[in-house]
Design a binder for this molecule. Structure first.
Ligand code: AMP
Length: 143
């Protein structure tokens, strides 16, 4: 039997405003913010407001309502970060490399010759993430 959703996970706290984040965008179904241990410049996370552990337990209807937000943020990350392309990653359960158990999609901008760093740090302070968030927000505003 699979584990149940833990409402004390860090992304649930961010959604409730109990923990800080460098916010990129929010709508009725999603929140996007900068990854605190970015693996590329502009590494952004998109999470649903639905309390789901990962792709395996989110109700299909909620997933369908949420995925357009992932696409919208991905387009804005590519434009705002002047990336040549993107990697979108999403890990499921410990065995799949998942660390935070609230569904999230990683949006990783890519440029030629620039490698994706391994996960696990270092933690980047908010003032150094904010300029990237600003670029992505500007791209969202530009449509
Ligand atoms: P994973 O569950 O393997 O997809 O990894 C969780 C991701 O969440 C990692 O990339 C972490 O750097 C990121 N992360 C963990 N805590 C925070 C936080 N408080 N704010 C932003 N990103 C976080």
């Amino acid at each position: 039997m699979s584990a149940s959703y833990d409402p004390q996970n860090i992304f649930a706290k961010i959604l409730r405003g109990e923990a800080p984040c460098v916010r990129v965008a929010e709508d009725e179904v999603s929140l996007a913010f900068m990854d605190i241990m970015p693996r590329t410049e502009g590494h952004t996370l998109v999470i649903p407001k639905t309390p789901a552990r990962n792709l395996l337990d989110i109700p299909a209807d909620d997933l369908a309502r949420f995925m357009p937000s992932v696409q919208k943020i991905a387009r804005a990350v590519k434009a705002g970060m002047a990336a040549e392309g993107l990697v979108v990653q999403q890990f499921n359960e410990l065995g799949g490399g998942q660390v935070v158990f609230h569904l999230h999609f990683h949006i990783l901008p890519r440029w030629p010759g620039v490698a994706i760093k391994p996960p696990g740090g270092p933690v980047v302070p908010p003032d150094r993430l904010e300029p990237y968030a600003a670029r992505i927000r500007a791209a969202l505003a530009a449509g």
